[in-house]
Write a protein that binds this ligand. Structure first.
Ligand code: G3P
Length: 214
């Protein structure tokens, strides 16, 4: 299971990359706007920190515009994955960019049929947004279950990148189902590591080691 950071905040990327567990980074227009930075500058800064797939989302919604932006992003570095919306236009742009060897991450996926369409168009990654499905009082994880089952039936090369993760259990359940990648906000990295019994146990070991050294 690969772990990606879902953020455009450089300090967070540096912090968790130092832990040795960040395999890639995903960004989107909302995260770039929240960080208050220029997209090209920030993506290039991230590329210097993490040696893995870095997703940069197009701002256009028409085929020509998305292809033009995608070619520009792809020329920055081989690790750049062009993030495209899951629309008929996005599918067409995906097909064109993939035929030119540019890597693609299809975003805003909410159904298994959308994911299959993207896989057929040659996407490298498909990004189902499970937290937003949960927000609609539906079950985001059952989407991952359906996708992994269909992937097993047909052996698509496209990797399943679970996005819109809201808590550590989303990550654990995605791993149990065999999804390839989880992209998560920085705080989830802390939550995945934290266990009160580790803290209690360590405090006791420190206390006891002082006694034996006295
Ligand atoms: O990368 C985008 C995705 O993870 C969005 O998450 O929390 O805005 O639904 P969220």
């Amino acid at each position: 299971m690969k772990f990606f950071l879902d953020t455009a905040e450089l300090e967070d990327i540096k912090k968790y990359a130092a832990w040795g567990v960040v395999d890639g980074v995903t960004t989107n227009p909302s995260l770039i706007a929240k960080a208050g930075v220029d997209q090209e500058t920030r993506i290039k800064e991230i590329l210097e920190i993490v040696d893995g797939p870095i997703s940069s989302e197009v701002n256009a919604t028409d085929v020509e515009g998305m292809v033009e932006e995608g070619r520009k992003f792809g020329a920055w570095h081989e690790n750049v994955f062009v993030k495209l919306p899951t629309t008929p236009e996005g599918l067409q742009a995906c097909k064109i960019l993939r035929s030119e060897g540019i890597k693609v991450n299809m975003t805003l996926i909410f159904s298994v049929s959308q994911a299959v369409m993207c896989a057929k168009a040659g996407a490298n990654f498909v990004s189902p947004f499970i937290g937003r499905v949960d927000d609609m009082s539906q079950d985001g994880m059952s989407l991952i279950e359906e996708m992994t089952q269909v992937w097993m039936n047909y052996g698509f090369d496209t990797e399943i990148l679970v996005a819109s993760i809201r808590h550590p259990r989303h990550v654990v359940d995605s791993m149990r189902l065999g999804a390839d990648i989880a992209t998560m906000p920085p705080k989830i990295f802390d939550q995945l590591m934290k266990h009160p019994l580790t803290d209690i146990g360590l405090a006791k070991f420190i206390e006891d080691s002082k006694k034996s050294q006295a």
